[in-house]
Design a protein around this ligand. Structure first.
Ligand SMILES: Cc1ncc(COP(=O)(O)O)c(C=O)c1O
Length: 466
């Protein structure tokens, strides 16, 4: 057993890349260190501002991953730091009293949320906000069943995982929360068949599936879902943790279809990319049924929910997004990006599909025939590339072109392009040109896999030598 010794902040700031990796390897998630190392993703990043990140060797990277949608305002937005400076002498939380900044924030959320959504519960992460939404649905309806979509992603705590549509993440933790039922995504008929049974408390769904591979449902799907949930007395829970805060070209993606859910769940960029934060927002009537009055107001709580610094960062983030019209920027830059990517799609057959809305975009690649690479590499790359093929391309983008992207969690064949909403056209051009070059160099899928794999195998060998 290794124990190390406590480090000071000053010492932490001076850790070398090797020491940083070793600390994770010995005291954190060792398996993740190996995966990052294989793909050459284990850089030591030392500075970030706006669209850019710098590593310890002074190399500059463009961030097209945007913290999985958490840094819509860009990295280290100065307006958030300035707001935090203003409250640094306020108590961060005094459990026995109501909080000023949290009060201002829940009022602000009511003002920007669609329709009659009015009451918010503040918490600390996406999964925690989803937990709260699921509990609220049960408490408000008195029903038990929770319906969710295959390929959906809502987080990895017990409740959120129970409604997440990927078995690989669920299986080791079973039994999960009972009475959770999966249906296909974008299939309103399948939903109606379940709802007809009359026992569903809530239906949780993403307006666009983010981790599922940036899956955009057909126009009209959300409206249909809204209509049938109302008809059968089931609460519609929209998870806008990834699509919210301007990402898809509106403040909330449900606004594209004029749909108002019963419960709206947000997180990620809600904290301005600086503090962890989450919330669910619901109507006055639903809140009061579940938690109204002195007897029920403590049924659902969270120690850090609405602490002064988090609430201040969120207020400043909302103000900045509105002032800069980030939803409008996401819409116009997203259209530009999509046009360029569609052109790549027409010219490169390894791209199966390009899809998305605003600046939530996925590029899906064709799948390799089973075993094609196994034969060539004795198994090693074949196994890896089936699971991580898009990350081979992401690795090439990062290591050769210094552009950060990643694959989607539930569909590793899709690269996600999710830059901060402040991205410029020249930066978009750089990504498109880099992808074009990678695909031009490797006309066939096998060639592409071999060369990108060679790149990271090269990285591996270099590390072994070092
Ligand atoms: C749509 C959606 N819901 C929930 C979550 C979980 O959020 P967290 O990782 O903060 O728990 C995510 C995270 O990627 C997400 O994309």
């Amino acid at each position: 057993m290794k124990k190390g010794r406590p480090l000071t902040v000053e010492e932490a700031l001076k850790l070398t890349r090797g020491q940083m990796i070793e600390a994770h390897k010995q005291y954190g998630n060792g398996g993740l260190v190996s995966v990052m190392g294989l793909l050459n993703f284990d850089k030591q990043f030392v500075r970030a501002q706006g669209m850019r990140i710098w590593d310890d060797a002074g190399n500059e990277y463009l961030d097209f991953l945007g913290g999985y949608g958490s840094v819509n305002l860009g990295h280290n937005p100065p307006e958030i730091d300035a707001a935090l400076e203003k409250v640094k002498e306020l108590p961060n939380f005094v459990q026995a009293s109501l909080q000023t900044m949290a009060g201002a924030l829940v009022q602000t959320l009511a003002a920007i949320a669609p329709g009659d959504l009015q009451r918010s519960f503040l918490c600390n992460s996406g999964a925690e906000a989803v937990e709260g939404a699921l509990k609220l649905a049960r408490a408000a309806t008195g029903k038990k069943k929770l319906i969710y979509c295959e390929g959906g992603f809502h987080g990895k705590t017990m409740g959120a995982l129970s409604v997440t549509g990927r078995d690989k993440y669920k299986q080791p933790f079973e039994p999960l929360v009972p009475e959770c039922v999966a249906i296909p995504y974008a299939d309103a008929d399948a939903l109606e068949d379940e709802l007809k049974k009359g026992d569903a408390a809530g239906f949780i769904v993403e307006p666009i599936q983010g981790e599922g591979g940036v899956n955009v449902p057909p126009n009209g799907y959300l409206q249909k879902v809204r209509e049938i949930c109302s008809r059968y007395g089931t609460l519609l829970i929209l998870d806008e943790i990834q699509t919210g805060m301007g990402r898809t070209g509106k403040m909330f993606a449900c606004e594209h279809e004029d749909v108002v859910p019963d419960i709206l769940v947000i997180s990620k960029s809600f904290g301005g990319g600086v503090v962890p934060f989450g919330a669910f927002i619901t109507t006055d009537a639903i809140w009061n049924t579940a938690y109204g009055g002195t007897q029920k107001c403590l049924l659902h709580t969270s120690t850090f929910g609405g602490n002064t610094r988090a609430a201040t960062a969120a207020l400043a983030a909302i103000q900045s997004a509105l002032e800069q019209d980030l939803p409008g920027k996401a819409a116009s830059q997203g259209r530009y990006f999509m046009e360029k990517l569609m052109d790549l799609h027409r010219r490169h057959s390894v791209i199966r599909e390009v899809r998305g809305r605003g600046l939530l975009i996925g590029v899906e690649f064709e799948e390799l025939k089973e075993g094609a690479l196994d034969k060539l590499t004795g198994g090693a790359i074949g196994r890896l590339s089936n699971e991580y093929f898009a990350s081979l391309v992401a690795g090439e983008l990062q290591n050769r072109y210094r552009i950060i992207t990643a694959y989607t969690l539930n569909n590793p064949n899709v690269i996600r392009l999710e830059p901060p909403l402040i991205v410029g056209k020249e930066e978009i051009d750089r990504v498109v040109e880099a992808l074009d070059e990678i695909l031009n160099r490797n006309k066939s899928l096998l060639g592409l896999t071999m060369s990108t794999a060679r790149n990271f195998l090269g990285g591996l060998l270099e590390k072994r030598k070092g």
